[in-house]
Design a protein around this ligand. Structure first.
Ligand SMILES: Cc1ncc(COP(=O)(O)O)c(C=O)c1O
Length: 361
């Protein structure tokens, strides 16, 4: 059996051919028609009116906050268990992230604790849908409406996941996705913002293009940056979008196969996951000693990855506070091999190695 990594991007012949065709057409590589087309496909897929693609899923969150006018002197509530960028994007926009613990059943922002953390400076709530799971989004919308806050969804990991009948990313004022290499579809780097608000759409487009009134015209209507995409990436993204529906189905099947194969190993706990709505991007489990299992898997040439740390505790922030759920998942969580191209045989091989570790054969 060849080594199995925790995650690899999957770029096929279609992407290669499309790139060659694009290069042969004399395109300028920078963002233009292909980027617009990619934005249209994303908006269509999630069911939003607008989509704006940018360089990655970190600056996308900062652009969202800037477009909403959130910045200096403002606070944004973010979950303590998330990827670093959810918090540092707030700082990039000039505001302060305020960490709040996550729910034990979804490992996403605890809305009761979030409400308790609201101060006179709070302008927005950033709900991060971790691995396609989310808190009750109807409650998140209700809370933000009642307390006059913006709702931003960091759905970087959740393209293809829904809460109720609506795609994640489309519940708030602005939703954000990432196309970094390990995501369900990738353009190497990349991020997309979605909204139904034409004013926000126009503002986000300006911010990512130096604040210019029109592309190519050096009249700066607002303070902007260069957070643009490239048509070269869009060409890959368009091919990846054609594969998204299949990958959504496959991710769910893979998760089910892992659950079935590990059903007898009581040492392994799966996080509550409603596969009708959730598309797990990574297969995540809880075990008492992830480091030990990881070492054993490494010996079998199987990659795995510890889940994110509790952000408050990281040297980058160095905060103290009570975040028991975030600390629990950070201590016990492990991501198993999750590339969309893994076969059932690969998954069975991984599960066999896990069962052996726990003496379950
Ligand atoms: C929840 C979350 N937010 C933000 C990001 C940042 O996205 P990017 O790597 O595209 O900047 C990631 C990336 O993994 C993420 O998982």
């Amino acid at each position: 059996m060849k080594p199995i990594s925790q995650m690899e991007p999957w770029i096929g012949l279609e992407e290669r051919q499309a790139i060659v065709q694009y290069l042969d057409s004399g395109g300028w590589l920078t963002e233009f028609h292909k980027t617009r087309e990619f934005e249209e496909r994303i908006a269509e897929f999630v069911g939003s009116r607008y989509s704006v693609v940018v360089s990655n899923g970190t600056v996308s969150l900062a652009v969202a906050l800037m477009a909403l006018g959130v910045g200096e002197g403002d606070e944004v509530i973010v979950p303590d268990f998330t990827m670093l960028a959810s918090a540092t994007s707030v700082m990039l926009a000039g505001a302060r992230p305020v960490f709040v613990d996550v729910e034990r059943h979804s490992y996403c922002l605890d809305l009761d604790l979030a409400e308790a953390a609201i101060t006179a400076k709070t302008r927005a709530l950033m709900v991060v849908s971790m691995n396609g799971r989310s808190p009750d989004m109807t409650r998140a919308v209700e809370l933000c409406t009642r307390r006059g806050l913006y709702l931003i969804e960091d759905a970087a990991q959740s393209l293809g996941s829904r809460f109720s009948d609506k795609q994640l990313g489309t519940w708030g004022h602005i939703g954000s996705f990432s196309f970094s290499a390990p995501k369900i579809i990738t353009t190497g780097q990349g991020g997309a913002l979605v909204t139904d608000d034409p004013v926000l759409d126009a503002k986000m487009r300006k911010i990512k293009d130096f604040g210019r009134r029109r592309a190519g015209e050096d009249f700066y209507e607002t303070r902007g940056f260069n957070f643009k995409f490239t048509d070269l990436q869009a060409v890959i993204g368009l091919e990846q979008m054609k594969k998204l529906a299949w990958r959504v189905r496959r991710k769910k099947e893979m998760y089910k196969t892992y659950q079935t194969e590990l059903a007898g190993a009581d040492e392994v706990t799966f996080l509550p996951t409603d596969l009708e709505h959730v598309t797990p991007w990574f297969v995540d489990i809880l075990v008492s000693d992830p480091a030990g299992l990881r070492e054993h898997l490494k010996g079998c040439q199987i990659g795995s990855r510890p889940v994110y740390p509790a952000l408050h505790s990281q040297p980058a922030f160095g905060l103290v506070g009570r975040f028991p759920n975030s600390e629990f998942v950070a201590r016990h969580g492990l991501w198993l091999p999750s590339s969309s191209f893994l076969s059932d045989e690969d998954i069975r091989f991984v599960c066999q190695a896990i069962r052996t570790y726990f003496g379950r054969n």
